[in-house]
Write a protein that binds this ligand. Structure first.
Ligand code: TRP
Length: 337
């Protein structure tokens, strides 16, 4: 049986938070241990440049994200874990794809359209003000990430589904012109509660400034959990689980039996202070061993780099021969050998 290739990238612009953990990292780490799939996970550092021009932040984020995945037990003997910029063939492929992509397709990309809409709403007479070619062509770079390894499945958030569809379009166009080289990828969205609520009850997201960083020191984690918004019901008064941020976060860290037990305690009027204590203890218990490994790894950047180099080697064992095939397909090769 050929294993399904599952591929996903993580843009290196921030520090992983609990929402990233529950929605993306935890399922990806579990998949890395599944011998029926071949996962490709990478640090999308070229994507980082699209939205962040602070070199120190990109550098720090790459380190933190790599350390996070390793600390959480990514199975690197099964998964290929690499840094996008260590695989230069991806950029070469980006150009080949760029030349097979209709500009009109890029005009319809959400990220670009949102930036234009913002300019128009702000009364700007140039709708493209402040928009780089990086942002405009970003779906093509993403298509190259995916098509380089002929990924079958791409786990992404809902906001990225359009990009996977564009990758399919671009692959189809290229195949039509040059012959069947690329597999058409499919997006995989986790439908069951993969989004976590943040401190204010909205989706946990860096753009809402309501996140809890995954590896905050224990006392900071406790403080942040204490900040989660609740209503003003007193201990002893029955409470609703529906729409309760504490309860919804708890569900992402507890077994079905534990969730039922807490549901009962809501009916009995559990106090918010008590619920926050329980939530903190639950999360902390699950995170603490990885947090310790994370802090150790940050002290050993050489070890992290070594892992990434090993991943790059595995990735390039695929990308180098593939780009040679593609060069030939488009007519770029030596005149004589
Ligand atoms: N653009 C994705 C995001 O912002 C990250 C990403 C880059 C990606 N390349 C990818 C995801 C390839 C899946 C496949 O979340």
């Amino acid at each position: 049986m050929t294993k399904a290739i599952v591929l996903t990238g993580i843009t290196t612009t921030g520090t992983p938070h609990l929402g990233n953990y529950v929605g993306a990292i935890r399922p990806a780490i579990a998949a890395s241990k599944d011998q029926n799939v071949k996962p490709f996970y990478f640090l999308a550092d070229y994507h980082a440049l699209i939205k962040c021009q602070e070199p120190e932040r990109v550098r720090r984020s790459s380190l933190e994200i790599a350390a996070t995945w390793l600390a959480l037990g990514l199975e690197t003997s099964n998964a290929v874990f690499y840094r996008q910029s260590d695989v230069p063939e991806i950029l070469e492929l980006t150009w080949m794809l760029t030349c097979a992509t209709a500009k009109g397709l890029m005009n319809r990309a959400h990220a670009y359209k949102a930036a234009v809409a913002e300019n128009e709403q702000g009364g700007e007479h140039d709708p493209d003000k402040g928009i780089t070619m990086g942002l405009f062509g970003y779906p093509i770079l993403m298509a190259a990430d995916i098509l380089m390894f002929n990924a079958n499945k791409v786990p992404v958030g809902r906001d990225q589904v359009q990009h996977i569809e564009m990758a399919r379009d671009i692959a189809g166009r290229f195949n039509h012109i040059y012959g069947e080289h690329f597999t058409l990828p499919e997006a995989v969205i986790d439908e069951n509660g993969a989004t976590l609520s943040g401190l204010d009850g909205r989706k946990m997201s860096k753009s809402y400034n309501n996140t809890i960083p995954l590896f905050e020191p224990e006392n900071r984690l406790k403080k942040l959990i204490n900040k989660i918004k609740t209503n003003s019901l007193e201990p002893g008064e029955p409470k609703q689980t529906d729409g309760c941020t504490l309860f919804s976060i708890y569900q992402s860290f507890a077994t079905a039996a534990e969730v039922e037990e807490i549901r009962q305690r809501y009916v009995e009027g559990i106090g918010w202070g008590e619920m926050k204590r329980i939530l903190f203890e639950h999360i902390n218990e699950q995170i603490a061993p990885a947090r310790e490994r994370y802090n150790e790894l940050l002290e050993k950047p050489d070890h992290i780099e070594e892992q990434l180099q090993e991943g790059a080697k595995k990735a390039r064992a695929i990308s180098v021969p593939f780009i040679t095939e593609l060069r030939k397909a488009v007519g770029i090769s030596r005149i004589s050998s």
